[in-house]
Write a protein that binds this ligand. Structure first.
Ligand code: FDA
Length: 319
């Protein structure tokens, strides 16, 4: 219920107006968002890199409203790739297809994605396509598959363990050797497409993680690249210690080397765990979002943990 309400708020224009103008929520947002501009994100990444942690940089924004905005966003992402190269930081990029025009015109979206992938390829970098809500799961998979068939080996996808369909999707992706980030899923989905209970989502996560880890073994367990930008095939994106422990145990059971899998977490969440895993020798990548379009991302993060909201409320009364 709590999470559902915040996912609803993330799409409500009236709530956006209130929250984005409220000083305290803006201040708390800085815990989850690296800043408004690219320089802020580069500084955040440099700090992570000093701890042996890599990043995936995300220019915040989704459901772009016009073709011009979608094209501009694609150019902005290309600029991010250039900046990563210029500063020599350990980072790749994450992209939402709705940012670059998916909901306006899938053909234009593909053209924009190709431009981004071309530049990433020239720079030896990698692009992760984030997964959005289930209305676009199929087309997102098809577009990534199409890019791979067109020779773009520097693109990967995200699978959400809450979807019933993910078992089949992940089996195919693991078979084809396509890099997958596995997460639980952040959107509000009906019980016709997604497990309604957290316990079921967790069970599904562990099962899908084993498929991914097995898949990496079948493909000779490629390691993360030496500069850290190109990830190994399986990326386990979760802050849930049980899911992490299960994945570690299974990988060790099948003798998958540590460098052939990676753990991913969100900026500002469980920094202790990020550092612990890096110290244990696993590649760790932190998703670093920046930009002025922080509202929907921020509301999804608040909805994941009631304590985040109580923190805002208690600060409101203190100030
Ligand atoms: P769970 O929600 O069970 O949380 C486990 C523990 O982690 C909590 O008890 C708490 O300690 C901590 N925690 C989790 N969320 C927190 C928060 N917001 N604030 C403070 N503590 C928190 N989703 C999606 O649909 N598409 C995508 O492309 C992505 N991409 C993505 C990339 C990366 C790197 C990560 C880590 C996550 C995503 N997600 C995502 C989000 C994902 O689906 C999920 O909503 C969140 O990661 C929270 O789920 P957990 O796996 O952490 O488990």
């Amino acid at each position: 219920m709590f999470r559902t309400f915040f996912v609803y708020l993330s799409k409500a224009a009236w709530a956006r107006k209130i929250v984005t103008h409220w000083g305290i929520t803006r201040r708390v947002a800085t815990r989850f968002i690296a800043g408004d501009v690219l320089d802020d994100a580069i500084t955040a990444i440099q700090n992570l890199n000093k701890k042996g942690i890599c990043a995936s940089l995300d220019l915040l924004g989704e459901n772009t409203a016009t073709p011009e905005d979608a094209r501009r966003t694609a150019q902005d992402i290309i600029h991010i790739l250039d900046t990563i190269d210029q500063y020599k930081v350990c980072a790749n990029v994450s992209v939402k297809l709705s940012q670059i025009g998916l909901t306006l015109d899938p053909v234009m979206c593909q053209a924009n994605l190709k431009l981004i992938l071309d530049r990433a390829k020239q720079l030896g970098n990698f692009v992760r396509v984030d997964m959005e809500d289930s209305t676009v799961t199929q087309i997102t998979l098809e577009i990534v598959q199409m890019m791979r068939e067109n020779g773009y080996t520097n693109v990967g996808i995200v699978i959400q363990s809450y979807l019933y369909r993910s078992e089949k999707d992940i089996a195919r992706l693991a078979h084809d050797g396509i890099p997958v980030r596995l997460c639980k899923g952040a959107y509000k989905e009906p019980s016709s497409v997604a497990y309604p209970k957290k316990r079921e989502v967790d069970i599904s996560y562990d099962k899908l993680a084993t498929t991914l880890l097995d898949g990496a073994m079948v493909h000779d367990a490629p390691s993360v690249s030496s500069d850290g930008r190109v990830p190994p095939l399986p990326a386990l994106a979760t802050h849930d210690p049980h899911r992490i422990e299960n994945a570690k145990n299974y990988a060790s059971k099948i003798n998958l080397p540590k460098k052939a899998m990676e753990f991913q977490m969100l900026y500002g969440i469980r920094r202790d765990l990020q550092e612990q895993l890096a110290a244990e020798g696993y590649p760790v990548r932190v998703y670093v979002p920046y930009g002025t379009q922080w509202y929907p991302y921020y509301m999804r993060r608040l909805g994941e943990r009631p304590a985040n909201v109580w923190f805002i409320v208690s600060n409101f009364f203190k100030n």
